[in-house]
Design a protein around this ligand. Structure first.
Ligand code: C2E
Ligand code: CA
Ligand code: CA
Ligand code: CA
Length: 279
């Protein structure tokens, strides 16, 4: 046991200490990100594949830190989740997103759906539901204009607080979207447990649909299953016309990806939609 202990100790190389130190520093920077105004949002348009009309957008978090520069969300979101900072950050985000959407609806003269990524840590927070209702009411948005994107890993946890929060959101009229479908556990029982409005086929499958018969077959199976359940299908990471056509010709409803647009700041989203932003 002593030898193993020594081996374990030796395993912590100076490089690993540096990584740990950097994580700590990043976490302490993240702690002040909201008050320092370092967080902002990018919105990626979602288009109806049949008409190419923009029907919604996904809100994606961005962090520009004084020390670390632009930190990708794949890096800071897990850190925020582990430290619990996702709760204050998530509240900031909810307020910002719904304010932006309310302004956008006025400028556009029509409604647009918005998808928000929510992690289990947020759904477990007892005040989440009340807060959500508060911002929806405050900005006079309809609950079904908002989609909550969750991943299969959240459902696998099968936590009581999380499940009852999801049930309550559905009762409010908020729509549920299953994110990154096909990458996780993909137990079909989750689709029965909650009335999902939408499934997002992960970018990993969409990438090779026109070249890899296996990925194409998987996409077709997902679409057929979703259609059978009355669930709409979004193809993520659509980068080429060929991918777009494949999805459209095989009955997927919505596309999101660089072919149409990268995630945009609100001003640029307004430009993309051909409207001026209200003051
Ligand atoms: P996601 O939810 O799967 O979001 C889609 C990601 O794919 C985004 O990366 C988007 O910029 C990228 N993407 C969209 N179209 C294309 C394309 O055509 N090609 C390629 N290569 N990529 C495309 P992003 O913004 O870096 O976000 C990464 C992940 O970070 C998200 O993956 C999501 O899991 C997480 N994330 C971002 N914002 C939030 C948030 O506010 N809350 C939570 N909990 N997670 C977030
Ligand atoms: Ca997402
Ligand atoms: Ca996704
Ligand atoms: Ca993803």
């Amino acid at each position: 046991a002593k030898a193993a202990g020594r081996n374990t100790y030796r395993f912590f190389t100076p490089e690993m200490n540096r990584d740990a130190a950097e994580r700590l520093e990043m976490e302490s920077e993240l702690r002040h990100a909201v008050e320092r105004g370092e967080l902002y949002l990018a919105y990626q348009p979602q288009l109806a594949l049949g008409t190419r009309e923009v029907i919604g957008c996904e809100a994606l978090m961005r962090w520009n830190n004084r020390r670390f520069g632009e930190v990708p969300p794949d890096r800071f979101i897990p850190l925020a989740e582990e430290s619990g900072l996702i709760n204050p950050i998530g509240e900031w985000m909810l307020d910002r997103v719904l304010a932006d959407m309310s302004a956008l609806h006025r400028a556009l003269g029509r409604r647009l759906a918005v998808s928000i990524n929510i992690s289990s840590r947020q759904l477990k927070e007892p005040v989440f539901l009340e807060r959500f209702r508060h911002y929806l009411d405050g900005y006079a948005l309809a609950p079904d204009d908002v989609l909550i994107e969750i991943t299969e890993s959240l459902l696998v946890e099968d936590d009581d607080a999380t499940m009852s929060c999801l049930d309550a959101l559905v009762r409010m009229g908020v729509r549920l979207s299953m994110d990154d479908f096909g990458t996780g556990y993909s137990s079909l029982s989750y689709l029965k447990r909650f009335p999902f409005s939408e499934i997002k086929i992960d970018r990993d499958f969409v990438r090779d649909i026109t070249t890899d018969p296996g990925d194409a077959a998987l996409c077709l199976a997902i679409i057929a299953m979703a259609k059978g359940l009355g669930i709409q299908v979004v193809g993520e990471g659509v980068e080429t016309e060929a991918q777009c056509e494949f999805l459209r010709d095989n009955d997927a409803d919505i596309g999101q990806g660089y072919l149409f647009s990268k995630p945009l700041r609100l001003e640029d989203l307004c430009g993309y939609l051909g409207v001026r932003r209200e003051a």
